[in-house]
Design a binder for this molecule. Sequence first.
Ligand SMILES: [Zn+2]
Ligand SMILES: [Zn+2]
Length: 472
Amino acid sequence: MDELNKSGMSLSYVPKPLDLPILTIEQNASSTMNVEQEEKEKEEDFIKNNYVKRTLLNESALPPITWSNWYKEVNWPQATLLCLEPFIALYGLFTTCFVWQTAVFTFLWYFLTGFGITAGYHRLFAHRAYEATLPLRYILLILGAGAVQGSAQWWSRGHRAHHRYTDTDLDPYNAHKGIFYSHIGWLLFKSRRKPGVADVTDLIHDSSVQWQHQNYISLAFLMSFVLPTIICGFGWNDYRGGYFFAGVLRLVFVHHSTFCVNSLAHYLGNAPFDDRHTPRDHFITALITLGEGYHNFHHEFPSDYRNALKWFQYDPTKLLIKFFKKIHLASNLKEFPHNEIQKGRYSMTCKALDKFGQTITWPKQNSQLPIITFEEYQELSKKNDGRALILIAGFIHDVSHFIDSHPGGRAIIKNYIGKDATVPFYGGIHDHNTAAHNILAMMKVAVCKYGGEVEYIKRKLGHVQTPTPIFA
Ligand SMILES: [Zn+2]
Ligand SMILES: [Zn+2]
């Protein structure tokens, strides 16, 4: 009854069960024990064959960070850079004159170094979503160094682990540890665990990646601070603006833009392709991250060079890669087949429908209904207990609460109480619509043995079995 109240269905259509003996099934204690044992064995087997579970169980993590040990657990070089840069940028903002050429250059440098991460580190090196010529590889590696996020090899190793072990403790920026942790916390403190195994052999054998890996510190310093200062200084005599705006302030934005892919893109938005993990699609995240915000799609199809599929979705990195192809700097842009992408959409639509279906109260399963004979049905109908029983299509329905709401009138129903109303219901008098069938199904109280009146009469006349017609 409560279920029906929740769904908003009128209580008046729900009949009381027929007054018949109820069968009880006794629980077998020994079989329960077997089930428990089986479950335990299954769990042990799962752990044995599951790399994440096995590793987490066998390899101990560093002790948790507390108020007494936190200063020993801070990753001081990274923490100093990340915590100081916003303050240096703020100081620069309040003490440096505005020069429009520097403002334009800062904007441009933000996009260039940002693309070094999105088109370079992420889509090219971590995911091999396309192939790039050697000059383009070097350009992206140099620009990426300007975003000061470690070498492409280090970055890709962590990112491949993020994809392989998403939402587990082997994911370096596990979103289940909170938005602060996945955004920046994982960089401020020493990792409690080594990220899960991820193969980067291809990058180890890539001479351009190795060159950047070995010269990373000097490249990062040059691209992030020295070059912007020199360009603005030599270009329009604004060394100070070049350092504070194109250097430091730009770096703050590039850093937090990338960090948002690990934090915001795992919290904000919807999951049109798969909702078993945290990655989500959202326009705002895309706007902040140069198009990396369609993260649900990206985690489902990581080696696709696109993050956004539709033309109106914001993904400038995708457009840049397309442009690289046009000028023959990139080739073999990988796309997952449309059919496979549609399967993701389809399964999520089914899931949503299923959820919707759970908010609806459905009729009782036929197997839950008692089976009575046609004679018993007639007997029950004659009882003066306030019930109005009608047989339709082999099912007995208690229509007593519906009889006054029947759009066709009360009299016609009354006429068929205790009789078989299959023919009039299915078009003999009125061909009822789907809603009528649904409402009727809610009123089922029993199954009539052998079907209905016709079968009953046939049996009475000696036709035990329906004759099988012979075909020539
Ligand atoms: Zn992610
Ligand atoms: Zn990725």
